[in-house]
Design a binder for this molecule. Structure first.
Ligand code: ADP
Length: 190
């Protein structure tokens, strides 16, 4: 099994690259953002709770996303591997992920971190708002809060994986294809 974490600030290009990695390596895509948007669209009780956090650009409670990931891993024991996108987003989530994988004899092989400067992130999110119409992309103050939350609560997750010798930093600026090649070079080397 090959279990990867695709990491980077909102707008860093995780979703786009995850789709390519799924195709190239046959991994199962686990995007907590997608799972949460689905729950919101289906108006589940969890979706309603999640919406109140997402609309403000805050993180939803750790327990909610952990439960989602635990279920996906359990239901896909025969997968070739997982690509986690937008998760883990707090050090607590990273610790819980290690535990739930370990319980099943699995582990994270690498964290791939897409490095993109903040001004470029804001420009990309503004553009995505126009293209995809995601509610949390529409408002600049919500976007800025997401980036601030990323700096405060999520950036330390990279330190966690660095300590465990699993962090790979990748320049996230440039062509989608070039970036895909840079990621593949790191993965093929694992
Ligand atoms: P982006 O990377 O553009 O912020 P995502 O689709 O990954 O978008 O997430 C959208 C929102 O969903 C986040 O701003 C956050 O509120 C919530 N969310 C997604 N994943 C997590 C997570 N692992 N922990 C807590 N909240 C999450």
């Amino acid at each position: 099994m090959l279990n990867l974490i695709l990491f980077g600030a909102p707008g860093a290009g995780k979703g786009t690259q995850a789709a390519r990695l799924v195709e190239r390596y046959g991994l199962l895509h686990c995007s907590t953002g997608e799972f949460l948007r689905r729950a919101i669209a289906e108006k589940t009780p969890q979706g309603l709770i999640a919406k109140s956090y997402i609309d403000r650009g805050e993180l939803v409670p750790d327990a909610m996303v952990i439960a989602m990931i635990d279920q996906v891993v359990e239901e896909n024991r025969d997968a070739k591997g997982f690509i986690f996108d937008g998760f883990p987003r707090t050090v607590e989530q990273a610790q819980e992920l290690a535990e739930l994988l370990q319980k099943r004899g699995l582990q994270i092989d690498a964290m791939l971190m897409l490095d993109v400067p903040e001004e470029e992130l804001i420009a990309r999110l503004d553009k995505r708002a126009a293209l995809e119409g995601r509610d949390d992309d529409k408002n600049t103050s919500v976007i800025r809060n997401r980036i601030a939350v990323y700096g405060k609560r999520t950036a330390p997750v990279a330190d966690y994986y660095e300590t465990h010798g699993k962090l790979h930093r990748i320049n996230g600026v440039g062509d989608v294809e070039d970036l895909a090649d840079r990621l593949a070079a790191v993965i093929d080397n694992l």
